[in-house]
Design a protein around this ligand. Structure first.
Ligand SMILES: Nc1ncnc2c1ncn2[C@@H]1O[C@H](COP(=O)(O)OP(=O)(O)OP(=O)(O)O)[C@@H](O)[C@H]1O
Ligand SMILES: [Mg+2]
Length: 510
C-alpha cells in the first residue's frame, strides 16, 4: 500500500515542501530511499526500523520503497525520520491516514521512540502556512519556535506514540499557543551590562551612542586594559528593540542555524555575536555543502563584535568587505546558490601596535615604526574605510580609576537612541530598504546632508590633511547626520561635521 506524508527542507533561509512517499509491497524484505537523500537520511533506515520496534509497532517485513519529492532537490538532515516513520505506519495500516494530506511532519527520532528537535522549523512553518497547510507536527522542543507563525496549528509531541495517538484521535488535541515568556534572548546577560558601570571614557561612550543611533560600524583602538571590550559589550543594552518583522527575520536565521532548539520562540533582542579570532572564513560568512548561515548572518540586525581585530587572519577579514557594503552574502555551490541576509553593525577592538602601548600616556611603546606599519597593514584600507567610527580609548587617569562611576545609565541613553532612530525613520518613510543612516547611499547624502560654506571648509580641510578617500568623507557625512539626529536637528551644522571628523582616529594615526 502507498502512503504520502508531507515534510519540508531548508534551502538557505527559505523552505520547500517535500513529499515523503512510502510504498510497502510484496518482495524481499528491505528498505530503499530515493530522491537525493544525504547520509543522515540514509541512516534513517536503520533508525526508524529500531524505533518502530522499540515503540511497540510492527516493522513490515516486506519491500519498502521511500521516495522523497521533488526528486531533483538534494535533501539533508534527520528531520525526515518522523515523516518516514509515519509513512511506514500509514502504509502498513497501523495508523490513520486522515490528517496526512494537510499536515507537515518534522523531527528526528531516537531509538526509544522519543522525538528530538531539528533545525529550520520556523522557515518550514512559514512556508507551510503560505501553502495552505493546516497543521504542523514537530518535536515538543520545536513547538514554540513554530507557533510564532500565525494561521497554522502547531502540535508538539515528545514521542512517536503521542504522534500516532494524535493521528488516530485528532479531536483530543489542541494546538500549541505562543508562550511570550519564552521569547528568547541569546544575549540576555549582555543586555544587563549597564553603561553606568563605566568610569570616564566620555568620548567612547558618545561613540557608542552614535553607533547605536545610526547603525554605524565602530572600532575601538587603545592600550590593554583601557576598557575596549567592556565598552563594546555594553552596546546591545542601548540598541532599540527589534520590530516584529525584524524579529521574525532574525529568528528565521537562528532557526536554520539550529540555535533555537529547546530555547523558546521569537528572538526579540538584537543579536550580539563575538566569534573568536581563530574563526575561519566559512564560519564567519557561512558555508558548507548545504550552505548554513555564518556569524555575519547570525548577527543580522544586531552586532558582530570582533575583539582583537588584528589577531584575525587577513584573508578571513577580507571576506567581510562585500557583505558590509551590500547587507547580504551569496554562497555559491555547484548544486545550489543561496543568499543569506547580513545587515550587521561591525564593532571591533584592537591595540594601536603589537606591544599595545603606542600613544599611551604611561606605557612606553617598544615597537619600531616598521612593526607598527606591518601591524596596520593587516587591516586592509578597504576594510577600515568601511568603519565609520574610529575611536581612541585612552587609559583612565588615576583619579578616574579611584572614583565611583558617574556616567548615564544605558536606559536613558537608549531613550535618546530611539528618539534619533524615530527621527531618521521619518525621513526614510518614502525610501525602500533604508532603516538607518549607515545604509544611506550617495544620492541620499546629496539630499539630506547638504553643507553650508563653513561645514564644507572644515570637511575639505580634513580631507586634505588626513588624505581621506571619497568613501571616508561620505562616512563623515553619515556620522554627522546621526549626530544631528541625536540633537533632533534637521540641518547639518558645522559642529556636527567637526565632531564626526573626530572619529577618524586611525586616519590621523597613519
Ligand atoms: N572605564 C572603565 N570603567 C570601569 N572599569 C574599567 C574601565 N576600563 C577598564 N576597566 C576594568 O578593566 C577591565 C579590563 O577592561 P577590558 O577588558 O575592557 O580592556 P581592553 O581594553 O579590552 O583590554 P585588552 O586590549 O587587553 O583586551 C574591565 O573588566 C574593567 O574591570
Ligand atoms: Mg579586550
Amino acid at each position: 500500500m502507498l502512503a504520502r506524508v508531507w515534510s519540508g527542507s531548508i534551502v538557505g533561509i527559505d523552505a520547500v515542501k517535500v513529499g515523503v512517499e512510502v510504498d510497502v509491497s510484496g518482495g524481499l524484505p528491505g528498505i530503499v530511499i530515493l530522491g537525493l537523500p544525504d547520509a543522515a537520511i540514509q541512516e534513517a533506515k536503520e533508525r526508524v526500523k529500531a524505533t518502530l520496534k522499540n515503540a511497540g509497532f510492527a516493522f513490515p517485513m516486506r519491500k519498502i520503497v521511500i521516495n522523497l519529492t521533488p526528486a531533483d532537490l538534494r535533501k539533508e538532515g534527520p528531520c525526515f525520520d518522523l515523516p518516514i516513520s509515519i509513512g511506514i505506519l500509514a502504509a502498513s495500516e497501523q495508523v490513520s491516514a486522515c490528517l496526512l494530506g494537510d499536515h507537515i511532519f518534522l523531527g528526528e527520532v531516537s531509538l526509544d521512540g522519543s522525538l528530538r528537535s531539528v533545525a529550520g522549523v520556523l522557515p518550514i512553518a512559514a512556508t507551510a502556512q503560505k501553502m495552505g497547510i493546516t497543521g504542523l507536527v514537530v518535536p515538543a522542543d520545536n513547538a514554540q519556535e513554530a507557533a510564532v507563525v500565525e494561521g497554522l496549528a502547531v502540535y508538539g509531541f515528545k514521542n512517536l506514540s503521542e504522534v500516532t495517538h494524535f493521528l488516530n484521535h485528532p479531536g483530543r488535541y489542541k494546538p500549541v499557543q505562543v508562550d511570550k515568556t519564552l521569547e528568547t534572548l541569546h544575549t540576555t546577560s549582555l543586555q544587563t551590562l549597564d553603561l553606568k558601570d563605566v568610569k570616564g571614557q566620555t568620548h567612547a561612550r558618545r561613540a557608542l551612542e552614535i553607533a547605536a543611533a545610526g547603525g554605524h560600524n565602530l572600532i575601538f583602538v587603545g592600550p590593554p586594559g583601557s576598557g575596549k571590550t567592556m565598552l563594546a559589550r555594553r552596546l546591545p543594552g542601548i540598541l532599540p528593540a527589534l520590530s516584529f518583522s525584524e524579529a521574525l527575520e532574525v529568528t528565521r536565521i537562528h532557526s536554520v542555524a539550529g540555535l533555537l532548539k529547546n530555547r523558546g520562540s521569537l528572538v526579540r533582542d538584537r543579536p550580539f555575536r563575538s566569534p573568536h579570532h581563530s574563526a575561519s572564513g566559512p564560519s564567519l560568512v557561512g558555508g558548507g555543502s548545504f550552505p548554513r548561515p555564518g556569524e555575519i548572518s547570525l548577527s543580522h540586525k544586531g552586532i558582530l563584535f570582533l575583539d582583537e581585530l588584528t589577531e584575525f587572519k587577513r584573508d578571513v577579514l577580507e571576506f567581510l568587505r562585500q557583505p558590509l557594503e551590500d547587507g547580504y552574502v551569496t554562497i555559491s555551490r555547484t548544486k545550489q546558490s543561496v543568499m543569506f541576509p547580513a545587515q550587521f553593525t561591525l564593532v571591533a577592538s584592537t591595540n594601536p601596535c603589537p606591544c599595545g602601548y603606542y600613544g599611551d600616556t604611561i606605557g612606553q611603546c617598544t615597537c619600531s615604526p616598521r612593526q607598527r606599519e606591518q601591524y596596520w597593514a593587516k587591516l586592509s584600507g578597504p576594510l577600515m574605510d568601511r568603519i565609520d567610527l574610529q575611536v581612541a580609548v585612552n587609559r583612565l587617569k588615576a583619579e578616574e580609576i579611584t572614583q565611583q562611576p558617574t556616567g548615564e545609565s544605558s536606559a536613558s541613553v537608549r531613550e535618546r537612541v530611539q528618539q534619533a532612530r524615530d527621527y531618521a525613520s521619518d525621513r526614510f518613510k518614502n525610501e525602500q530598504n533604508l532603516s538607518c543612516n549607515a545604509q544611506m547611499q550617495s544620492r541620499h547624502l546629496q539630499k539630506w546632508c547638504k553643507l553650508d560654506d563653513d561645514s564644507r571648509n572644515i570637511l575639505e580641510g580634513a580631507i586634505r590633511k588626513l588624505g581621506l578617500s571619497a568613501r571616508a568623507s561620505d562616512r563623515i557625512l553619515k556620522v554627522a547626520r546621526t549626530i544631528a539626529d541625536l540633537a533632533l536637528d534637521d540641518e547639518l551644522k558645522m559642529h556636527h561635521i567637526a565632531e564626526a571628523i573626530q572619529y577618524r582616529t586611525i586616519d590621523r594615526m597613519q
